[in-house]
Design a protein around this ligand. Sequence first.
Ligand SMILES: Cc1ncc(COP(=O)(O)O)c(C=O)c1O
Length: 370
Amino acid sequence: MKKVNVDFFIPRHIKELGVYVPGRLIEDVLEELGLKSAVKLASNENSLGPSPLAIDAMSLALGGLGRYGDADSRRLREAISKLADHPPEGILAGNGSSEFILVMSHALLSPGATALMSKPSFTLYAKNSQASGAKVVESPLDAGYGHDLEAIASAIDPTVRLIFLDNPLNPTGAYLRPEAIYKFLEKLPPTTLLVLDEAYIDFCRAPRPDYKALLATNQVIIYRTFSKIFGLAGLRVGYALMAPELAEALNKVRQPFNLNSLTQVAVLTALKDEEHLKKTLSMTWSALDQFKERLPEFGLTVYPTQANFIMARLPQGIAADAFTQALMKEGVIIRSLTSFGLPNHVRINAGTQEELSALFAAMSKVCSGR
Ligand SMILES: Cc1ncc(COP(=O)(O)O)c(C=O)c1O
């Protein structure tokens, strides 16, 4: 039989897409380096894991896996509705909050439209926008490694449909104060929507924006995730708040049954476990305070953060890839920011006291060997 050239079927804008670079899996690192154990502080996860109550609830629900679950995550959306005081019709549940980026790009962008974002920021904004055939415009960060709202505002033209802003910003941890967001919103033409990615907002110690006032404009979509503070990254779940008309449009594009039934049960239970959230916040804030104090002892310069991670610049002449590789050999995985265009910077997320001790011990070893 004849063989066709599959290259023909792949449009140029898809060929030009880069692949998403995730943090390394602990299992892979152990296998590659022949280590018995490793500490991972590279993917902004919650080292405490999920609420034990959520694990129990999932165990009880396992017997029901033979049936399809709720295609619309109705109970979950109702629970979020009560929590966020926003109508369920304006709430979407997603297979990780990353699904919203994909679904918004699909439903709201098309060739001829533009998506605007900072560079670096969360990499899926550019990838998913480009995959939908839209033009991607990336605006450099300001001198403090935060979103440069003036530069972004000046890049707006009538084709800009979506502006993605992660607040706090991944990978730098920088934070936009509420007033800055309100001022920025005033500059937006009615042809542009602002997407506020609040994956890390739960860790903020600074004042948070009045999200209800933002939503009332109909011009803002806000989403959050259960991957971080709720420790459910592996389960994949997030929620988005927006005008009901927008939710209706996005809802047509997402997969039915995008949240499996175990996920729905887990989240409904996790929402009630305030104790677990308190423990997570206390672990996170303590770790961040220790990073600020201890990392400069190793010659690293730390940057302000409102997320559950910190960005640090390595001493002059040390490449992030080499540094993270050396730490990995000591059994500690942190993130090099080379793939974000910051080859001298690393990102380290909060962890338990034991994990922090392992990090500082590994850093002592690597830094003394320089
Ligand atoms: C800024 C930001 N947004 C969204 C996500 C996606 O999170 P998830 O898909 O796990 O909800 C991440 C993940 O690290 C992130 O850093």
